[in-house]
Design a protein around this ligand. Sequence first.
Ligand code: ADP
Length: 281
Amino acid sequence: PDPLGVHLRAMGIGGGHVAVEAVDVTESHRLARVRRDFVANVSHELKTPIGALQLLAEALLDATEPVGPDAADPSEDVAAARRFAERIQHESTRLGRLVHELLELTRLQGAEPQPAPEPVAVDWVVAEMLDRTRTRATARQVAIAVGGERGLTVYGNDNQIATAVANLVENAIIYSGEDTTVSVTVRSDDEHVQIAVTDQGIGIAPTDVDRIFERFYRADQARSRSTGGTGLGLAIVKHIASNHGGRVEVSSTLGGGSTFTLRLPARPPDDLAATLQSAEI
Ligand code: ADP
């Protein structure tokens, strides 16, 4: 946002003349902030009732746990109550994840001050990612192979960077078959550290590949929905990458697996703090 609330936009240059259009951005910035605050407030308010639903479903499951002589053959009513409670638990967990990710996305969009950038060890990021994805990898029998350079440093917020890499690996696991391997490879050049996540999964069609970073866009609607995802994971990765002066790229073949590469600056950009503060996406 500039102090005048006006952006001068060059319209065209020709014959020694420059045409300039003045665009009032004060109102659009204000509206963007109002929208973000609204989503943040609603998400925050939803957390409590969703938490209560999860606890109640859990209590109902505990209370109807089959015990005693009838354990193997509970009454129809009890069996139905348990089925419903399981469903409530599943849906409220999904709703909880959606609200959590919406809140995270609005935070990344600048509704709240971003933490100051600090040096972050890539080895720590990888270890944290392994921690966060272990349960899902084990459940789906997907191996995670880590390779490449060690001892590298990137700059920014450790939690956000770990979230970005963990989101990519979570997706790689979700969209892969059982008994496959997800490879995480760390490379660097003078300017950047690259963390590439390669899977042997379902891949992405060329028509979808440009859109998967949009909020709520999902390539194969039916299949994606059954994974219990929110459709926000890659939007979050994209915002984290750009907030850090980096980017995320994908190369994929339908049926032939995908590689998502997160590129982050290997040096602290002078204005990274300012970028993190004022990111408007
Ligand atoms: P979701 O919660 O649906 O996984 P994301 O924003 O993380 O949301 O991903 C958006 C869509 O991109 C997914 O629904 C899926 O169609 C596609 N996608 C993401 N990662 C992969 C991958 N590794 N392999 C195949 N498709 C993927």
